[in-house]
Design a protein around this ligand. Structure first.
Ligand code: PBG
Length: 323
């Protein structure tokens, strides 16, 4: 019974009808807010390409997360900016490192905040790659024990979960085994399973001071052209013990989120990365777009595509908009 019997506009007529028939609902419960923690006290260094984001010392991080918590944001993920970098990323797995200190401070003041710790080497190595080098290549198998040690240090500091983002093969299994051997069987792994070698990470590398000194990450992160390969990556991480799998970046990979949703039943996260954030902030700053509507439209798109969780620098904005 097509037109005139069927009229699609009937259910769009009033705000009440539109709300009643809305298919996808965005809530703050689904958001994870990223933060950058640095050594020292009372330090706040704004990230110029990510307006509203800053490197924070642990004391100010706690204050910032309290504000977020009061706005309804209940989960964050931590990245560390170490005091010193070296070839093997020592500060990444030091129990006295910047991230374990940040986790401990957060857990003391905000015990109910869900704290994830990103596990990777690129913030801690002087060459900026996500693992240790053998000549000019990242050595996969030599990197695994270091990632496992890093994850363990974060679990010991009180992290609610660890999130490996390095893209080494076998790292989920290595981390799972290390956690289990030390009694952290209860700590979940959110794996950056389908992580593409993307230009959208540009502003993050300024924030985390993690730009590779030579070459790029295409030897370990995925080719943006490959969707079937993304399904293999996700399947492998699930076999190795991942509890949550992530697709990253978000916006240019909505089709990957959808495919993953149709194929896998565990929670799917996506990362609305720094470049996606910076583009919106820059256009809004110029008065070219309606920022608030754009933010809600973007976050809704992730949920509609099938993501359960969204890591996003827009968490604060969303909290304001969803009130
Ligand atoms: C570390 C890591 C990166 C991001 C998250 N974890 C950068 C990279 O792989 O170069 C990017 C996050 C963002 O752009 O917001 N490996």
């Amino acid at each position: 019974m097509p037109f005139p019997a069927e009229r699609m506009r009937r259910l769009r007529r009033t705000p009440g009808l539109r709300r009643l028939t809305q298919e996808t609902r965005l809530t703050l419960d689904a958001l994870i807010e990223p933060h950058f923690v640095c050594p020292g006290t009372n330090i706040r260094r704004e990230v110029s390409s990510m307006p509203g984001c800053a490197q924070l010392s642990a004391d100010l991080l706690v204050e910032e997360c309290k504000r977020s918590y009061d706005l309804g944001i209940r989960s964050i993920i931590l990245f560390g900016i170490p005091a010193h970098k070296d070839a093997v990323g020592s500060e990444g797995y030091s129990t006295q490192g910047v991230v374990p200190r940040g986790i401990a401070a957060l857990k003391e003041s905000l015990p109910d905040l869900v704290v994830w710790a990103d596990v990777c080497m690129c913030e801690y190595t002087d060459h900026g790659h996500c693992g240790v080098l053998d000549d000019h290549e990242v050595d996969n198998d030599a990197t695994l024990p270091l990632l496992a040690k890093e994850a363990l240090a974060y679990a010991q500091a009180g992290a609610d979960g660890v999130a490996p983002s390095d893209m080494m093969d076998g790292r989920v299994a290595a981390i799972r085994a290390a956690l289990d051997d030390s009694g952290f069987t209860h700590v979940p792994i959110m794996s950056y399973a389908a992580k593409f070698a993307s230009a959208f990470y540009g502003p993050f590398r300024e924030a985390a001071e993690s730009t590779p000194r030579f070459g790029d990450r295409r030897g370990y992160q995925m080719d943006p052209a490959n969707a079937r390969e993304a399904m293999r990556e996700i399947a492998l991480d699930i076999q190795e013990g991942a509890d949550i799998v992530m697709v990253k970046p978000g916006l240019p990979y909505l089709d990957i989120i959808r495919r993953a949703r149709e194929r896998f039943d565990l929670p799917i996260a996506t990362y609305n990365v720094s470049g996606e954030y910076a583009m919106v902030k820059a256009a809004a700053h110029n008065g070219w777009i309606d920022e608030d509507r754009i933010i809600l439209e973007i976050l809704t798109a992730f949920k509609r595509a099938g993501a359960d969780l969204v890591l996003t620098y827009f968490a604060r904005d969303a909290a304001r908009l969803l009130r």
